[in-house]
Design a protein around this ligand. Structure first.
Ligand code: IMP
Length: 175
């Protein structure tokens, strides 16, 4: 099948870059008094967000990655969360921020927060590029939100549909 680039731009590359820089500054301010900050990115969707976020930060930061199961080829949540790749190092006594692409039902994030909290970090916060509040089935706290969007399936800037479109520099809707 020929590759077709989605044309329904929801959030432009320029808007994303601006907002990600704002979030980076907000995080820098909030952790100004802390020598150490550890960002945990959830693969694969958050990899571009994390890359841009950390490059906008002018401070010490360490990174780790986790992979959890997501939708696969479907555009509706299965509600199932499985850890496919765990972290390389422990979290005890560290200031941790979970960096996620999107909080939809909240099931993935609620699960992640629970298992990471159990590893005794000094603090645990969450940064999400996107939030779809109308889809929430569990009440989950997100400390930093890039954009609040309606219930649309979005791709680009790390987010995929069946592993496609992650490389788009903007966010587009598919439905
Ligand atoms: P939740 O557990 O329902 O909050 O879903 C979280 C995960 O579902 C995200 O990390 C994404 O991988 C995926 N997801 C949810 N909505 C979208 C979307 O609009 N586009 C692409 N992936 C999505």
């Amino acid at each position: 099948m020929a590759y077709e680039e989605p044309k329904n731009v929801l959030i432009s590359s320029e808007e994303i870059q601006l907002r990600v820089r704002e979030l980076a500054q907000e995080i820098e301010r909030d952790y100004a008094a802390d020598a150490q900050l550890h960002l945990i990115s959830v693969l694969k969707g958050a990899f571009i967000f994390l890359g841009d976020l950390v490059r906008s930060m002018n401070r010490q930061v360490s990174l780790d990655f986790m992979a959890v199961s997501s939708y696969g080829k479907s555009t509706t949540s299965s509600g199932e969360v499985r850890v496919l790749k765990d972290l390389d190092s422990g979290l005890e006594g560290r200031n941790v921020i979970i960096v996620e692409d999107i909080v939809d039902t909240g099931l993935t994030l609620a699960y992640l927060q629970e298992i990471l909290h159990a590893r005794s970090p000094k603090s645990l916060k969450t940064a999400c590029l996107l939030s779809k509040p109308s889809r929430r089935v569990v009440d989950v706290k997100v400390d930093y939100i890039g954009f609040t969007i309606e219930d649309r399936f979005v791709v680009g800037y790390g987010l995929d549909y069946a592993e496609q479109y992650r490389n788009l520099p903007y966010l587009a809707t598919l439905d």
